[in-house]
Every structure is written in structure tokens, then in C-alpha cells.
Design a protein around this ligand. Structure first.
Ligand SMILES: *[C@@H]1O[C@H](CO)[C@@H](O)[C@H](O)[C@H]1NC(C)=O
Ligand SMILES: *[C@@H]1O[C@H](CO)[C@@H](O)[C@H](O)[C@H]1NC(C)=O
Ligand SMILES: *[C@@H]1O[C@H](CO)[C@@H](O)[C@H](O)[C@H]1NC(C)=O
Length: 288
């Protein structure tokens, strides 16, 4: 059975069941007045809202523009659907805390280097699961056993992130199946824009080829010298790059910054595909 058929089967089972459960939900409302099934009713209603069904639909229509082949940089137009954007903004709205940077392996707040707020997305969240699959499918023959937990990052006026690389000078550790530490580093990065109601806030890659002066102005800016790639915040769209060389070392050319927001607010989404140091970085493709 193909992926598409599987989804249609699930949907056709879900729809009649949801009609039945909605009426059960209404019965539940009667009992909830007596304080009995209040919690269950709330969860049923929550689970069966049309939004909830929509966010479980992982289909997508994004398109790729190759910006650079060496290093690998893609522009992903419409990578995150509007329903997904709204869901992610809604579930994290009270979760933001000062963003951290890694300093000697420790995650610390340093506002002179990075001034923004971050919010982690629950690993079980249905949109998080769709996006993790989408990233894994994109990286293809690059190792894609796991992705890091998604996190949102919010920049107010003056918020910025100085030049940095997503590849970590000290690998992080996950826990292997036998409980032992399993070092990993980041391979593919996606930075998506969720809220673009701002000026400034471009993602700047000084070592990557810039765009010509007739390039799409809603997607890209140009520096005065034309040097470096400047990607503009554009709701739902994203930039993708590979942070590691194929021998597993970091690619310094992928250094980048988030330029200061000059008005309004920018919210972005960080996604990282990771590679375990115990497995080859390329040539470990699994079925999708
Ligand atoms: C609601 O959905 C979650 C999964 O998102 C599931 O774990 C839970 O059992 C569901 N609750 C009800 C009452 O159907
Ligand atoms: C993708 O595009 C097709 C054709 O325009 C449309 O029918 C479909 O709803 C779109 N799907 C998504 C997820 O946007
Ligand atoms: C890894 O590959 C890069 C790019 O080819 C090269 O510059 C670097 O020296 C290599 N590092 C090691 C440790 O082999």
C-alpha cells in the first residue's frame, strides 16, 4: 500500500468515527455539568476539532530552488503549510525563554552574541512528527536516523544572532539502545520563517554566493557589495543547508547570522537532522 493510500484509509475510518464521537462529546457535556466526564469531554472535543485532523495531514507542496551546490544550500518555498505555522505558534506561545549558545560544551545565555527567545516543541506533537519526516526525506542519502527536537526562535526589535555555525565543535550525546552515550553532530539544517511581520532579520551567509539583482525581492536581499546570501523572512518558507563535510567535519563556509530585526517580530523554526559518529554520514539511506 502506498503512503497516500494509507493516509486515505486512515481518513475514511476517522471521519465516520469522529461523527459518532462528536455526539458522544455532546452527551459528555451533559455529564460534565455534574463535574463527571469534564476532562474526558474536553479531550475528545480537542482531539476531534477540524484543526486537529488537519494537522495530522503531512502532505505538502513545497518547491526547491538550489542556491548553491558547494556548499549545498536550498531555498524551500512553502516548506511549512499555513495550518502548521498556526499550530506551532499556538502551542508555543507561552513557552519562550532566553535563547542559549554553546560555550565550551555548556548552553549559556549571552545576549551580546544571541538576543532572542526560544521554545521547544514536544517530540510527540503531530506537526513536529510531520516536519521531522519531511526533513529526513529531504536529506535522502545523508544519514537521517534522527532529528533534533524542533525549536522556535523569536526576535523582537534589535534581536539578532551573531555569526555561528550549526555544526558543533563538541558533539552532543544521545542515549544508545543499550543505554550508553551515542555522540552525534548536526548535518542538515532547516531554518523556516513562521512570523515575518518585521523588517530586517535576514539570515545572512557571508561565504555563500549571493543572488543577482533581478532575484525575487520578497525572498532575498542583496548586500551593498553583492557578496553573501541574504534570505528574507517569508512566512512558511525556509532555507536548507548542509553543515558538515562528507567526512564528518564542520563546513566553515556555512557560517551564518540572523541580522537585527529593525521593526516588528520575527519567529523562526530551527530543524536539524543529525548524524551519529558511529555510522557513515553518507550512504545510510533508509526507506521513507
Ligand atoms: C487524543 O489524542 C492523543 C494523541 O494526540 C491520544 O493520546 C489520546 O488518547 C486522545 N484522547 C482521547 C480522549 O481520544
Ligand atoms: C497541493 O497542490 C494541489 C494542486 O494545486 C492541491 O490540490 C493540494 O491541496 C495542495 N496540497 C497542500 C498540502 O497544500
Ligand atoms: C574533511 O573534508 C574537508 C573537505 O574536503 C577537508 O577540507 C578536511 O581537511 C577534511 N578533514 C579531515 C579530518 O579529513
Amino acid at each position: 500500500m502506498t503512503h497516500k493510500n494509507a493516509r486515505m484509509t486512515v481518513l475514511s475510518v476517522l471521519l465516520p468515527a469522529s461523527m459518532l464521537l462528536l455526539s458522544l462529546g455532546q452527551i459528555g457535556q451533559y455529564f460534565s455539568r455534574h463535574g463527571i466526564f469534564a476532562k474526558l469531554t474536553a479531550r475528545l472535543n480537542d482531539n476531534l476539532s477540524s484543526t486537529n485532523i488537519a494537522i495530522r495531514d503531512c502532505s505538502h507542496n513545497y518547491t526547491i530552488n538550489i542556491m548553491s551546490l558547494n556548499p549545498v544550500v536550498f531555498y524551500l518555498d512553502n516548506f511549512i503549510k499555513e495550518s502548521e505555522v498556526q499550530h506551532l505558534l499556538e502551542i508555543t506561545k507561552n513557552e519562550f525563554d532566553d535563547s542559549r549558545v554553546f560555550l565550551n560544551g555548556q548552553a549559556v545565555v549571552d545576549k551580546s552574541y544571541r538576543s532572542s527567545q526560544s521554545a521547544l516543541v514536544d517530540i510527540d506533537d503531530p506537526v513536529s512528527q510531520c516536519l521531522s519526516q519531511r526533513l529526513k526525506a529531504l536529506v535522502g542519502n545523508v544519514q537521517h536516523e534522527d532529528t533534533e527536537r524542533l525549536h522556535l526562535v523569536k526576535y523582537g526589535v534589535g534581536g539578532y544572532f551573531n555569526l555561528h555555525n550549526d555544526w558543533l565543535t563538541r558533539p552532543l550525546e544521545a542515549t544508545g539502545k543499550d543505554g550508553s552515550p551515542r555522540p552525534y553532530n548536526r548535518a542538515g539544517s532547516v531554518f523556516a520563517y513562521l512570523d515575518d511581520s518585521c523588517t530586517g532579520g535576514e539570515t545572512y551567509f557571508p561565504e555563500v554566493q549571493g543572488v543577482p539583482d533581478n532575484a525575487e525581492g520578497t525572498k532575498f536581499s542583496r548586500s551593498s557589495t553583492g557578496k553573501g546570501l541574504l534570505v528574507k523572512p517569508r512566512r512558511g518558507s525556509a532555507v536548507f543547508w548542509i553543515s558538515a563535510h562528507m567526512n564528518g567535519t564542520g563546513d566553515e563556509r556555512m557560517v551564518h547570522a540572523s541580522l537585527p530585526v529593525t521593526s516588528g517580530t520575527k519567529v523562526g523554526l530551527n530543524m536539524f537532522s543529525i548524524y551519529y559518529l558511529d555510522t557513515p554520514l553518507v550512504g545510510s539511506m533508509k526507506g521513507q
